[in-house]
Write a protein that binds this ligand. Sequence first.
Ligand code: NI
Length: 245
Amino acid sequence: MRLQISTWPEIEEYLKSSTGVIVPIGSTEQHGPTGLVGTDAITAEEIAWEAGKRAGILVAPTFNVGSAQHHMGFPGTMTLRPSTMIAAITDWVLSLAHHGFTRIYFLNGHGGNVAPIATAFADIYARRALDNADESFRMMQRNWYELPRAEKLYGELYPVGGGSHATAAELAVTFAAYPEKEDTRQLDPKIAPVGTITDKHHYREQFPDGRIGSDPSQARAEHGRQLIDVAADDLVKEVQAFFAG
Ligand code: NI
């Protein structure tokens, strides 16, 4: 069930049986020469939507621009400053809480978002403590690629060149969603270099085509369908336990 494809009476009805919601959160940033700029948002929302469909869980709009300053050397990338992102997440969560949601689960597709999400949670908990809010209220975040069966499956699919940015697994999920965008070109070098990141200049010097450690020519839409299937299954279990806790 998707919030944006619902009416307000439908949301009112949903709240009678559940006060939990999933928020997919990603980024709008380069994913190498063959990956979509929206990859991190598309992966999170595809898995969240599938879990939502299977178990009748409400899925909020996708928070689809994240913390991506280090990718700004590549056209199309958009970034929020961490301070802006923390403020925006806080307002999203407080809006949902205003209507009675008490369990907010962020399904994340981008490593650079982890720290701003955690800081936003700390800010929201502090506001609630200072306001003497009394009901039980919890938030959690999870990177979709750390859901146990998804992590296991992409390790099996891509034992070499899975990578850490523009990964074969994340591209496969986007190709499942948008099969006309499947691109299995061989890139040079076949497996991208690895290293550390500071700013956009440093990033582009070290990783000239945008990839880190990956060989995304291995990504197939069919793999993406398998990854969505097992990730959605894990997600339903984890979210149901979180909502009930
Ligand atoms: Ni990514």
